[in-house]
Ligand binder design. Structure first.
Ligand SMILES: Cc1cc2nc3c(=O)[nH]c(=O)nc-3n(C[C@H](O)[C@H](O)[C@H](O)COP(=O)(O)O)c2cc1C
Ligand SMILES: *[C@@H]1O[C@H](CO)[C@@H](O)[C@H](O)[C@H]1NC(C)=O
Ligand SMILES: *[C@@H]1O[C@H](CO)[C@@H](O)[C@H](O)[C@H]1NC(C)=O
Ligand SMILES: *[C@@H]1O[C@H](CO)[C@@H](O)[C@H](O)[C@H]1NC(C)=O
Ligand SMILES: *[C@@H]1O[C@H](CO)[C@@H](O)[C@H](O)[C@H]1NC(C)=O
Ligand SMILES: *[C@@H]1O[C@H](CO)[C@@H](O)[C@H](O)[C@H]1NC(C)=O
Ligand SMILES: *[C@@H]1O[C@H](CO)[C@@H](O)[C@H](O)[C@H]1NC(C)=O
Length: 389
């Protein structure tokens, strides 16, 4: 057949229109809130309906360079997009006519032996001060109000002393660490500081062997804060464990191989993450890594605690991760955006996701989140691993 470009053009347009880069879906946030400017008053936080709303509000409220620092992913942000989209490729298989009235009683979760109200935590994200001058204090206090775990970033806007001092009575915080593998003196100082300030576990970020390639952020000079080559080997990990009784959790495990090696090294937990797709474009999100482990070494989930994050925005996303055996799920950017309100925003974000986890699990026919398994996921029906969309 003779090639007719004019026939192809409408198809190209349709294909492009069908796959726009949607950082959040249009659920009429703009119609509700109107245009938000940096100087305008924020709408009453109780009117926020979902986690994506906080990003909409923060985009208007924060200046462009600060907003860009939070928003940015690596390179073309294909993995950032994938982090958000992966959850829709694993559809649910809701069971009906089940007794689900008591689902809320299965929300409380132990993380490394500490009790929290949800199988969900605040992932460590740098520079909370960009959203609100109270910085990390909003996250600490919001986490306390909702009784969820907050993993405090190493690159905080407030000092670690201020953050620790803001704890509610009995509140548990974990400390995320970036270490310089070439300077054990500095690493020991970091460990001692965390111990002295009462952090209960160390989250060791291992996914940043090199600078993150962040095109969007580089335009504003707000790229990766961790800029040197810094491979952390298992030998270094084991050396660190000899220096402290605090549990040390590797954050940024992205393959079943490394999950298995973590088990062999006696790690108490692993954190599946691609750093919010800010390091390596092409890296998988936590759900894809959990799926790989589920398929190839499911015993890992029984050998240690598995945490995962990347693109979690709705209760159903959390349910899907738990179904694979993940113990607790991290959320990063939405909490950072919610912090434009300070602690009230963080508290509202927790309240929203708490309700969504419960109602989404119930609508999927899950009576008890602790008994959830992968039968609630339609795993083999939708393409994964880049087989299309
Ligand atoms: C603004 C920002 C700063 C971050 N800073 C850190 C950090 O200091 N240490 C770290 O281990 N991960 C950091 N991360 C990654 C988060 O811990 C988390 O893995 C990621 O945000 C999860 O994806 P989500 O934002 O889509 O929920 C950061 C992420 C963002 C968005
Ligand atoms: C926000 O809305 C809630 C619920 O309607 C109300 O109780 C509260 O007083 C409002 N807060 C402000 C600051 O207007
Ligand atoms: C944690 O919760 C468990 C089960 O509900 C309970 O037995 C335990 O005493 C709690 N631990 C603490 C430290 O509160
Ligand atoms: C943007 O906001 C941040 C944090 O509030 C501030 O430090 C920075 O100077 C602002 N940048 C511009 C260009 O206004
Ligand atoms: C190692 O860290 C210590 C403590 O922070 C610092 O004083 C020292 O200069 C560092 N050494 C090198 C070679 O950077
Ligand atoms: C920043 O957080 C503080 C404390 O939580 C809060 O009082 C303040 O209103 C927040 N700023 C904005 C602009 O909402
Ligand atoms: C998985 O969950 C379903 C639904 O609750 C249940 O019927 C099934 O027995 C469970 N499978 C396993 C292997 O536990």
């Amino acid at each position: 057949m003779h090639f007719q470009p004019s026939l192809l053009l409408p198809l190209v347009a349709v294909a492009t229109a069908a796959r726009p880069m949607l950082w959040w879906p249009n659920t009429l946030a703009e119609e509700q809130y109107g245009t938000i400017e940096p100087e305008s008053a924020l709408p009453n936080v109780s009117t926020v309906v979902g986690l994506p709303d906080f990003q909409f509000l923060a985009e208007g409220h924060m200046n462009l360079s600060s907003y860009t620092y939070y928003h940015s992913g690596a390179a073309g942000e294909w993995s950032y997009r994938n982090n958000l989209e992966t959850f829709q490729r694993a559809r649910l298989r809701p069971r009906v006519m089940k007794m689900v009235d008591d689902i809320e009683s299965s929300l409380p979760t132990q993380i490394l032996g500490y009790n929290f109200s949800l199988p969900l935590f605040i992932s460590p994200c740098a520079r909370a001060g960009y959203a609100n001058e109270t910085g990390e204090l909003g996250l600490v206090r919001g986490a306390a109000a909702g009784n969820v775990l907050y993993m405090v970033t190493d690159f905080s806007s407030r000092t670690k002393e201020e953050i620790s001092a803001a704890k509610a009575e009995g509140q548990i915080l974990f400390q995320q660490l970036y270490i310089d593998p070439h300077n054990d003196t500095a690493t020991l100082e970091q460990i001692r500081e965390a111990e002295t300030l009462g952090f209960k576990a160390l989250i060791l970020t291992v996914d940043s062997a090199a600078d993150g390639n962040r095109h969007r952020a580089l335009r504003f000079g707000v790229g990766s804060a961790d800029s040197s080559y810094s491979s952390i080997t298992w030998e270094k990990y084991n050396w660190m464990r000899e220096q402290t009784s605090l549990p040390i959790v590797p954050k940024g495990i992205q393959t079943v191989e490394d999950a298995v090696i973590a088990v062999r090294n006696g790690a108490p937990a692993i954190f599946l993450s691609n750093h919010g797709a800010r390091q390596l474009d092409g890296s998988p999100n936590g759900f894809e890594v959990a799926l790989e482990i589920h398929e190839q070494a499911p015993w890992v989930f029984d050998s240690l605690e598995v945490y995962a994050d990347g693109g979690v925005r709705y209760g159903a996303d959390v349910v899907k991760l738990l179904a694979l055996g993940v113990k607790a799920v991290g959320v990063g950017r939405p909490f950072m955006f919610s912090n434009i309100y300070g602690e009230a925003g963080v508290e509202r974000a927790i309240e929203i996701i708490r309700r969504e986890i419960a109602i989404d699990a119930a609508n999927a026919g899950i009576a008890d989140l602790k008994q959830i398994n992968s039968s609630v996921l339609a795993l083999n029906r939708y393409p994964f691993w880049g087989q299309g969309s």
